[in-house]
Write a protein that binds this ligand. Sequence first.
Ligand SMILES: *Cc1c(COP(=O)(O)O)cnc(C)c1O
Length: 473
Amino acid sequence: MNYTSTRGDPTPRRFCEILLEGLAPDGGLYLPAHYPQIGDATLTRWRGLSYADLAFEILSLYIDDIPAADLKALAAKTYTAAVYGSEAIVPVRQLQAGDHPLYIQALSNGPTLAFKDMAMQLLGNLFEYELARRGETLNILGATSGDTGSAAEYAMRGKQGVRVFMLSPEGRMSPFQQAQMFSLQDANIHNIAVQGVFDDCQDIVKAVSNDLDFKRRYKIGTVNSINWARLLAQVVYYFAGYFQVTERNDQPVSFAVPSGNFGNVCAGHVARCMGLPIAQLVVATNENDVLDEFFRTGRYRVRASSETFETSSPSMDISKASNFERFVFDLLDRDGARVADLFGPGLARDGGFQLTPAEFERIAGFGFVSGKSSHADRLATIRSTWQAHQDMIDTHTADGLKVAREHLQPGLPMIVLETALPAKFAATIEEALGRQPLRPAALVGIEALPKRFTVMPVDAAQVKAFVARHCAA
Ligand SMILES: *Cc1c(COP(=O)(O)O)cnc(C)c1O
């Protein structure tokens, strides 16, 4: 399989060439040259597979530069019941039967209790494998306000050839999230608490990455959500969810996806393009409704940071959706020149774009619909779900469920993707239910564990010096 850029760079690249990279050289995102088509016979065969074997089958359609036996071993090592707490890995539970069947699929049973583990755990193993094969090392530099940073650290801890330098705004993560990250004692994980806000952390990462000399010398890389391997790993659980709620391949289902950077639901789009019978892909946003506006109007309008709200579903607080360009590329019949104009100069000039009416009409053919949810909606949804079903859901999943209910159709199963566990967002659960969230037994008391982190002012030079010092050691 070859990969191309959404902005038309025709250079063919294979999986391992793009594995450790971010953007394509022309500023676009990588996508496979085509989506392999999955027929009825293959779907039937896949129904019987374990999650790890299913992951291997799907990965191997897109990865032909890792020997099959190695890829199979990597999948088997990643998706284990020991790590995810069940053989199903992504168990589906039914919330409501009858005319409007409604399900929740748990993607949040990995080490950091958020769906980012599903992809990041595989990425950790792929990075270690590929770096060893090349005899190289990589220093991952990132900024986080919570879920991404901890998922990256738990995926990379103890891995050969990889160091992680993760910046977070001092004192601004929830005590639980801070404890998750700062309690890691692995020598290759470095937490830097920056005396500023999240944007300051991101600016430092940008400043360091823009110093090309430094970047090359210290082999700086990232693991952000535009990485194709992350997206590919997420395709697997759409198939796994489908198999759990259907008995035959002629039964369509819909998925509702709490969305921020459009990585999760973009994986659903890929699964649908491969032939998985998905009727609707329901994009749920919070008050940061860039994507809802687009799917309702065809207008994509990037928000300024002053227009980006801090909400109680913080992992969906985005001003622009970094993976969205991938879908637009497919929507526009893979016209790289048009995408380059819309997302390059067009976006810089106008802060967004508007599809033509003919282009907008095509969206329905891709199954996308959308809706948004507010803080009051989250509270009400968490409360009603707890009261009616004794099921405690987190704030992001509540956004998904709220919007899913608006798109239910008779006889069509709807699967809401659970993207985090309530334990991560105690304050809002307390506000909704008047009690503390449930917490997995292994994580009780983590706030009291010894913490390992370094405090630093908002100063890229000091971060560079810190990285240099640890690379020399
Ligand atoms: C990252 C995240 C999301 C948003 O996912 P995208 O792939 O960015 O759309 C939703 N919920 C939780 C809990 C997350 O961590």
